[in-house]
Design a protein around this ligand. Structure first.
Ligand SMILES: [Zn+2]
Ligand SMILES: [Zn+2]
Length: 258
């Protein structure tokens, strides 16, 4: 089993060491994990990881019986494809998750975004901006938590986002992913917070229909208690749709059928 979305103390909001997270993952029966620390450019929070600290945390890290990959979670905006290209020069990465967290510099996780825009407008803008990002970005591998806003702490509505309620724009987003050869992540952190994964399985069914090939599963754990959470169940669900799930090495997908 695989967890392709984990944060450690290298991330501004992570709590535990790489070793502690890796041991927790192994204890839960995982075979392979990937650390995906935050790299976002926001004026309020320092979400840019320190490369020396990243290297010190992971370079020598080994846990027998567990394959450990090094990745990052880059915060996509329509303006920052060049920044991503530059950041990829910081070191070697196996995997790049591209996630939309910020709209015009404001983190949608927190209340001010929702207070200003309200739910419908806030959600609409988030999806529109995600579409812009997947149109212009080329240098990431997999789109992280497409329906991230469901679990945003400041969002008054933690309901799952029904595909049919936003079919036109979601189809456009998924078609862009397919066109650019990008994958889609199933993020398990919505299961106990919102009642389902982010996004839900019907999104993956549609992605498959549209020709999507690359799918990963990640817990988005920021501490040991959530490392690998629900990944067994969700890998099994994606296998029903695709026949496999993916991991990455040197930015190339590996397809695991068993
Ligand atoms: Zn994220
Ligand atoms: Zn994350």
């Amino acid at each position: 089993m695989y967890d392709y979305h984990m944060h450690t103390r290298v991330s501004f909001d992570g709590h535990d060491s790489g070793l502690a997270m890796a041991l927790a993952a192994k204890e839960r029966g995982l075979k392979e994990i990937c650390f995906t620390d935050h790299l976002d450019y926001t004026p309020e929070l320092d979400m840019v990881f320190d490369t020396a600290r990243y290297n010190a945390e992971y370079d020598a890290l080994e846990v027998p019986g567990l394959l450990i990959r090094r990745g990052l979670e880059f915060g996509l905006t329509p303006e920052n494809p060049e920044q991503l290209k530059k950041d990829l020069g910081r070191r070697h990465f196996d995997f790049v998750l591209g996630s939309v967290h910020l709209i015009d510099g404001v983190d949608v996780y927190f209340a001010p975004y929702w207070q200003e825009k309200g739910y419908e407008k806030g959600l609409r803008l988030f999806l529109e901006r995600t579409l812009e990002c997947v149109r212009v970005h080329e240098d990431y591998d997999v789109l992280g938590h497409l329906t991230y806003v469901s679990k945003a702490r400041g969002n008054p509505n933690h309901a799952l986002i029904r595909y049919d309620d936003h079919r036109a724009i979601l189809d456009e987003i998924l078609r862009e992913l397919v066109k650019h050869g990008k994958g889609m992540e199933l993020n398990t952190s919505g299961i106990d917070r919102c009642g389902g994964p982010l996004p839900t399985l019907d999104y993956f069914q549609r992605f498959h229909e549209l020709g999507g090939k690359i799918v990963t599963v990640g817990s988005d754990a920021h501490d040991v208690s959530r490392a690998g959470q629900y990944t067994h169940e969700m890998v099994a669900e994606l296998k029903k749709i695709f026949g496999y799930v993916c991991t990455f090495a040197d930015r190339k997908p590996i397809f695991h059928k068993a």
